[in-house]
Design a protein around this ligand. Structure first.
Ligand code: NAD
Ligand code: SER
Length: 318
């Protein structure tokens, strides 16, 4: 097993939807004692490796933790996502920006080897091309979350070019997973639908039929993240954030796929404020730069993802 002989890896926001899966992958890669999980809240069950309470907005606490734990790599996952961000725009802007800037400053000042910060399909907006949205195009996000991600991308590129910080980033599509609940995004319906299908045999989607969005199963997202972080420095041509396509589907298509496994499942549709957010986002994404620069290839299609989600959740809800 490759060991972090020269310092540990820190994951901030480690108790969230991505963090829980990323931690497991990093434990496997580096060993549990080499990965420090941090979050603003305490874990409900102890993490396998070391855990520290940290508010990423507290710059001196972050610097202290980096020094005390001999951190060399940082993943900053702490953020407020799109739907929650619209409930409290000022807090979303503060956390998403200050958290990133503190992480970038920590990377620069303590000369971290690498830093990962995720962006999102939310950087696109109503004037971006909706189909096969390219890496470079009009970007006019109209959520505070999307605005913070687009500004964050510019900061990442700035720190890479001006200070040589090895910052890497992916514009994740909506992520579907079974380990942890999603944290308040517009794509959360695609997780909730599985839980409700198994528990109650029915679900009311807050996005209406025909709302195509790019989505990805978590194992693919984690594999992409580690692949990007393992890629040689010279192959990383984009320091803002890489488009990542995933699988594109509408709620009724996912419902139909679930119905193949749960024949009595019924899905209805009552859109709420999240519909407007979804309508401003791409329906599908062109990720040819990720393919070319670091060899990205997707594994899970909708059928494989659905079967795997249900197989894992059946045990949990039984
Ligand atoms: P999440 O909401 O599930 O988890 C975020 C975690 O950050 C939570 O555990 C929360 O307690 C923690 N946190 C909040 N404030 C904090 C603070 N001040 N200091 C330290 N920790 C704090 O989010 P997620 O889905 O795991 O997303 C992680 C990152 O990936 C975010 O930047 C998000 O924008 C991005 N992303 C996620 C998706 C997705 O579908 N999940 C898609 C695109 C991008
Ligand atoms: N899944 C995220 C959200 O819906 C996209 O970044 O907010």
């Amino acid at each position: 097993m490759p060991r972090n002989k020269e310092g540990k890896t820190l994951v901030i926001g480690a108790l969230g939807q991505i963090g829980q899966d990323l931690l497991d992958a990093l434990y496997t890669k580096y060993g549990v004692d080499q990965v420090v999980a941090a979050d603003i809240r305490h874990p409900q069950t102890p993490t396998a490796g070391p855990f520290r309470v940290l508010d990423v907005m507290d710059r001196s606490a972050l610097f202290r933790l980096i020094e005390e734990e001999d951190i060399r790599r940082l993943y900053n996952l702490a953020a407020i996502l799109s739907a929650r961000g619209e409930q409290n725009p000022a807090l979303a802007w503060d956390l998403n920006m200050v958290g990133l800037l503190n992480s970038l400053e920590a990377a620069r000042e303590t000369q971290l080897e690498q830093i990962f910060w995720p962006s999102s399909i939310a950087v696109f907006g109503p004037h971006s091309p909706r189909a096969n949205t390219p890496q470079y195009c009009t970007m006019d996000p109209n959520t505070v979350y999307g605005i913070s991600k687009l500004a964050g991308e510019r900061w990442c590129e700035y720190y890479a070019e001006k200070y040589g910080v090895d910052v890497r980033s992916i514009r994740y599509p909506g992520l579907i997973s079974y380990k942890a609940a999603p944290g308040g995004g517009t794509t959360d319906y695609a997780v909730a639908i599985f839980h409700e299908a198994l528990k109650h045999g029915q679900y009311t989607s807050f996005l209406c039929k025909g709302t195509y969005l790019p989505m990805m199963y978590m194992p693919d997202a984690i594999r992409a993240t580690l692949q990007l972080m393992d890629a040689p420095k010279e192959s990383i041509k984009i320091r803002s954030s890489y488009n990542l396509g995933g699988i594109s589907f509408a709620p009724e298509e996912l419902a139909a796929e679930i119905k193949k496994h749960i024949p009595h499942f019924r899905c209805s549709y009552e859109s709420d404020f999240r519909q407007k957010i979804a309508d401003s986002w791409p329906g599908s994404i062109d990720d040819s730069h990720a393919q070319k620069d670091w060899g990205w290839e997707i594994e899970y299609d909708m059928a494989a993802m659905t079967a795997d989600m249900l197989a894992h959740l059946e045990g949990v809800t039984a």
